[in-house]
Design a protein around this ligand. Structure first.
Ligand code: PLP
Length: 409
């Protein structure tokens, strides 16, 4: 049997493996203070009771003759799709129709699968650092060429660092697809409407499309920052948007997300014939998915009820208070950082010009804090480091006090 060498020859998932190895070794020899983990990208607060009750109720209904449900509609139940349109889009002045929203089990699933719509020879651009799923899924499809010196040779990396104020440059004009993620994982930064418009205009002018990952939009705390790329004029013709209930509502273990593909977006074949990406995605889903379970979609819909909304906002507020505590202590120690305001991530410039892994070891040995080396998210992450706010308050406070003790001038 001949194998898919694009997968077989993928570089290993080095980052989290290496972190786990170093932490295990450290824990084996540790004496004294407990380790505080500020590297986690998973939520830690339980599901709000109101939402869990709706989830359970829906599951129990399935045990009755009247309430039983078989296969769900492939692109999602209208009751959830309409809540999404009403609460996440109409409130921002964006009109969508029911058949432009597709429910799925995760933004990872969708951001990983969306590349199936692109030609094997499509040229792809990513911000650097980047959420690795966009890169890996295109590499596995054989679209990125060879992996040499830490980079895929056919991909365009857009360095996003302190030097350009964490605003990625526009891709080359021959790029077909640009992946953007805002609020950004890992840098914690956001784009203003004017900044976002530049990418939309670039895509329109160059017959390109944007895959916009808005998995962290619930953390945006400024009315003027766009929650959706469709708040930018013309974006419906060029952008696909992926959103998730994972970080918004603590659904990392429940699994529910959605992707918007407006009917206006078109791609072409080599003869210039136009095709609707919305229709292509629907066709693909029909062959590859039987949808998301009924209780999960009921639970997701409950996040839009007043009680659900209040509870999830409280949880987000809790994480963002952690971020505030960590940010305040970094500022006190003159460690420069981004994020922590509209995102649960803090992206700091490593002090004393340490590289990312040296800082990982330094923080571990001096503060007993584990974070994530920035270089693990791409070559331009070198010299940076990510802390997350998803832990509990006690740990955030204790971590802040240890950082202050170690780095105060
Ligand atoms: N997109 C980004 C940028 C993420 O950081 C994550 C998870 O960490 C996801 C998507 C995954 O979302 P989901 O849990 O819906 O698969």
């Amino acid at each position: 049997m001949l194998i898919n060498t694009n997968i077989a020859r993928m570089p290993g998932s080095y980052l989290f493996q290496e972190i786990a190895n170093r932490l295990t070794k450290y824990e084996e020899n540790r004496v004294g203070r407990k380790l505080i983990r500020l590297g986690i990208g998973d939520v830690t607060m339980p599901l709000p009771k109101y939402i869990a009750e709706k989830f359970a109720e829906a599951a129990l209904n399935m045990s009755t003759k009247e309430g039983f449900k078989g296969y769900p509609p492939g692109s999602g139940y209208p009751f959830l799709i309409n809540k999404i349109i009403e609460h996440d889009y109409i409130t921002r002045g964006v009109k969508l129709s029911e058949d432009e929203v597709f429910i799925s089990d995760g933004a990872k699933t969708d951001t990983g699968a969306i590349q199936e719509l692109f030609s094997p020879s499509a040229k792809i651009a990513f911000t650097d650092p980047v959420y690795p799923v966009y890169v890996d899924s295109n590499a596995m499809a054989g679209r990125l060429g060879e992996y040499k010196n830490g980079q895929w040779q056919r991909a365009q990396y857009l360095p996003t660092t302190g030097e350009n104020g964490f605003v990625p440059p526009l891709p080359d004009n021959d790029v077909d697809v640009l992946y953007l993620c805002y609020p950004n994982n890992p840098t914690g930064t956001v784009l203003t409407r004017e900044q976002l418009k530049k990418y939309v205009d670039w895509a329109r002018e160059n017959d390109a499309i944007i895959v916009y990952d808005a998995a962290y939009k619930a953390f945006i705390s400024d009315e003027n920052i766009p929650l959706s790329i469709y708040e930018v004029e013309g974006a419906k013709e060029v952008a696909i948007e992926c959103c998730s209930f994972s970080k918004t509502a603590g659904f990392t273990g429940v699994r529910c997300a959605y992707t918007v593909i407006p009917k206006e977006i078109q791609g072409s074949d080599s003869e210039g014939n136009k095709y609707s990406l919305n229709k292509m995605w629907l066709r693909r889903l029909g062959s590859k998915s039987n949808g998301v379970s009924y209780p999960v979609q009921v639970a997701a819909a409950a996040t839009y009820d007043n009680e659900g909304k209040t509870a999830i906002n409280e949880t987000i507020g809790y994480y963002m208070e952690n971020a505030k505590i960590l940010g305040a202590v970094l500022a006190k120690c003159n460690i420069s950082f981004q994020g922590g305001i509209h995102a649960p991530y803090i992206w700091l410039k490593t002090p004393m010009s340490m590289d990312s892994w040296s800082f990982f070891d330094y923080l571990l040995h001096n503060c007993q804090i584990a974070g994530t080396p920035g270089v693990g998210f791409g070559p331009s992450g070198e010299g940076y480091f990510r802390l997350t706010a998803f832990g509990d308050r006690e740990n955030a406070v204790e971590a802040a006090s240890r950082i202050l003790e170690t780095f105060r001038g």
